[in-house]
Design a binder for this molecule. Sequence first.
Ligand code: NOJ
Ligand code: NOJ
Length: 722
Amino acid sequence: MKRASQVAFAAASLLTVLAAISTAQDFKKQVIYQIVTDRFYNGDTSNDNPPQSPGLFDPTQTNWNLYWGGDLVGIQDKLSYLQGMGVTALWISPPMDNINVNIPDSNGNPTAPYHGYSAHDFMRIEEHFGDVNNYWTEFTNLVTAAHNLGMKIIVDFPVNDSNPNTAGEDGALYNDGTLVTNYNTDPDGCTGGTVGGCVYHHTPAIPSCFCDRFDIQYDTLEGLADFNQEDSTTDSYLKSAITTFQSYGADAFRIDAVKHATWGWEYSLANTTFTNAPSFFFGEWFLTSTTDEFYDDFYKYANRSGMSVLDYALYQAVRDVFASNNNFSEIDSLISTEDANFTWQNDLVTFFDNHDNPRFLNLNDNTNRLNEATAYILTERGIPIIYYGDEQYLFNTTDGGATPYNRQMMSSFSTSTTQYKLIKDLSTLRQNNDAVAYGSHTQRWINNDVYIYERQFYNSVVLVAINKNDTTSYPISGLDTALPAGTYTDYLGGLMGGSSITVSSGSGGNDPVTNFTLNPHAVAVWQVVGSVPAPEVGSIGPTIAQPGVKVTIAGQGFGTSTGSVSFSGTNATINSWSNTSVTFAVPSVANGVYSVQLKNSSGTAANTIQFTVLTAKLIPVTFTVNNANPTNTGDYIFLVGNTVELGDWGSPTPTFFNSIGPMLCPNYPNWFLNVSVPAGQNIQFKFVDIQANGNVVWESGSNHTYTVPTSGIGSVTVNWQY
Ligand code: NOJ
Ligand code: NOJ
């Protein structure tokens, strides 16, 4: 297999087959493993020092900022190691072709984009990761080998930036070898809110407070050439790149720096991808707590964009509690807050280590604590990520383990560490007991050191007890559970010091557990897979799409004969039906939020699940309202209009959550916002001023109207009607 342009056809038909094998939309059963491709395993030495980018490879592995040899063939070589650990999905470094020259650091030492975040051609594969021709061969081989083992490939996709704007190749961007632009020759008029004309924003660095919605989306991050997604060239470049990755078999995408690209545009990126083929998206939106000033924007985005997000708030809480010894109440209250805010909390992607932060063991060199934190994220709600090397207790103390010292070469591939076995056991539990992937979370017992929580999906229950104290045993009394009366052995077989419990009959789903002692560092897991008297729905994906797009509902007890899936009485056309998974096309119903109803072939109804039917595929349009109603601090202009994409007029009263915005105001009193709206529709809209106290001032006059283009991008500018 050669280049995108040469083999698009063959790849597309191959991928129809692969897409049928994997139901990428239901990601809740996955256990993700994050790989820094360059630092995992060198499976092919012929690409170590490629001719087009010589000297970026350090065979001695002493310069941490050069390539060290890991590649896609190396990942493929280690698939059985990964599968043996229970890993089901691999998040790899951005595999697209990086710049070819070194950039000296402040000491004059060479640096290279071994991490992948300096792409210059999104339509080709980096030569150090694939082959010296930048062909797709090694990527395709990895995808095929992974799919043959039932594993998925998640591509890290930068939407905010390409490569350094005034160093290296100065933001050079190619489309399968043809130069598109670079930062110096790209017109420098685009600073945000101007539509088209520049591939890149030409803006200063994001101010260090990171505290303004306009600045964080439109200014420059880490000196990287910042894409202007409101330009038609950029829009189509990024969308054709992501669908090219789909055609080569990428199952899902980790979207880099979503907080720093144009939020409204990103809805259309996800929608373009879901329209092309099944996928799953999770965005990187950095924050560390629910008191972050953009926390509300964060979950509004996850609830409305069709994408999930990395749960960075839980990342911080897990590190605080397990590494820094904070009380378990920090985790417990975070989970309650997030569960109340996120519509699809089981889709949140959870982790406590990654390539941008010191490893857990740098914070606290205590492998018991690392194991406990790992057991926690593998059993708590959300889709867990293991950062490569944690299972081998890898860490380096230089500079406190900060980047790049958190990206060491994988040291060993031992299958006998406690962590390796733990991940395997809890991945098996996730496959076999739906409470882990689909269940609710209930706290059952808590003190500073002990957390006992329950996951439940109908009659399936998982009860987890963790004691993080290094030396103290705790007697556990007064514990209730939804596990039915009986004796339960530790699912981990004592791997982490757990033992059996006895449960007697209680009432109302509260069965008393006989008093027991939880030893220091113990993690115990007790579980039951219950009977399934009726169909039970645990998942829908994607969560937002227009008629015709393929959607999967997952759960249990659907039966083997085809039943029905209805949207307020209109049945969807079913594509496939099994006891645990149903795929169908969204029927042609009016746009809006639906409670989707699955019934088995005898007409027995499951629980309903929320889905948003869009009017049509999404097109990014920049809305500008000039001379808007005067605002005071804390007041913002929002957009509302006559479709679900436009917030259904913010009915009954426009609020932050049901309206589109806040709009951005770099040039008071003119406001703008890029919003993804339905292609080809004649939409009606107005602007509203939602004041700090909640009062709403509507524009007067009649509704504005606009016909959305059927492809590409759009823009519309009006004056506020007084
Ligand atoms: C976020 C990535 O995780 C980080 O490693 C990278 O440097 C920045 N995005 C810029 O692309
Ligand atoms: C209510 C607003 O007051 C009005 O201005 C707008 O035209 C309608 N919603 C649209 O139905």
